[in-house]
Design a protein around this ligand. Structure first.
Ligand code: TYD
Length: 215
């Protein structure tokens, strides 16, 4: 039987990677083989494209060119990692996917939705997520978490993290809009709460929506 494909979306500092790790552990305890991955990235070529995008090297080309690069990375990621893993019966947990393009390059970046439809057809095809979590935090809370993380690691904010707060708040709203339009796929989780509370909700939703079908 084919595996399940779950994506995690939300603004910077929403806690996606922590929640993916926790869900992967829980699924693993059930004997489910899980592949954890991220976008942009997940394959050697896509990780190279990630470096170009997050360094800001191509920011001056504008959001349309950035959208094409995200799509190129995604096409390779889907072809070489996601589709084969699902076909083998693995569950794939992915940190960001096409909703991030819809939000960052589309709703907020201004790239036309029809252009993004075309890129999505090429890069994703029928390999759409079975379930998408939108981890929702006020921009201020997310950015505070990002700053704390950077202070610990001594790193610098990436090309998108360093955008202004109004832009972050716009992205938050855009994720909520997607979730409202596609309730059969998306679930919004209030991620301003404790890690445990969020993980509890995520698990309940996965159990309700996917584990019963998989059993
Ligand atoms: P990443 O470090 O994965 O995000 P996070 O801060 O959530 O850990 O960085 C990815 C950045 O790229 C993030 O700021 C969102 C942005 N992005 C897009 O603009 N479009 C996309 O299609 C994707 C996948 C990410």
């Amino acid at each position: 039987m084919a595996g399940k494909f779950i994506t995690f979306e939300g603004g910077d500092g929403a806690g996606k990677s922590t929640q993916i790790r926790r869900l992967a552990r829980r699924l693993g305890e059930r004997g489910i083989h899980v592949v954890e991955t991220r976008e942009p990235g997940g394959t050697p070529i896509a990780e190279s494209i990630r470096k170009v995008l997050l360094s800001g090297m191509v920011k001056s080309l504008g959001p349309e060119a950035e959208a094409m690069l995200f799509a190129a990375a995604r096409a390779d990621h889907v072809d070489r990692l996601i589709r084969p893993a699902l076909a083998a019966g693995d569950w794939v947990l992915c940190d960001r996917f096409f909703d991030s393009t819809r939000v960052y390059q589309g709703a907020v970046g201004g790239v036309d939705a029809r252009e993004l439809d075309a890129l999505e057809r090429v890069a994703v095809g029928r390999n759409r997520p079975d379930l998408t979590f939108v981890l929702d935090v006020p921009a201020e809370v997310g950015l505070r978490r990002v700053r704390a993380r950077l202070a610990e690691s001594g790193g610098e904010p990436d090309r998108f993290e360093s955008d202004e707060i109004a832009l972050h708040e716009g992205r938050r709203q855009a994720f909520l809009d997607i979730a409202a339009r596609q309730p059969e796929r998306c679930v919004v989780v209030d991620a301003a709460r404790s890690e445990d509370a969020v993980a509890g909700d995520v698990w309940r939703i996965v159990a309700m929506r996917l584990l019963q079908q998989a059993a």
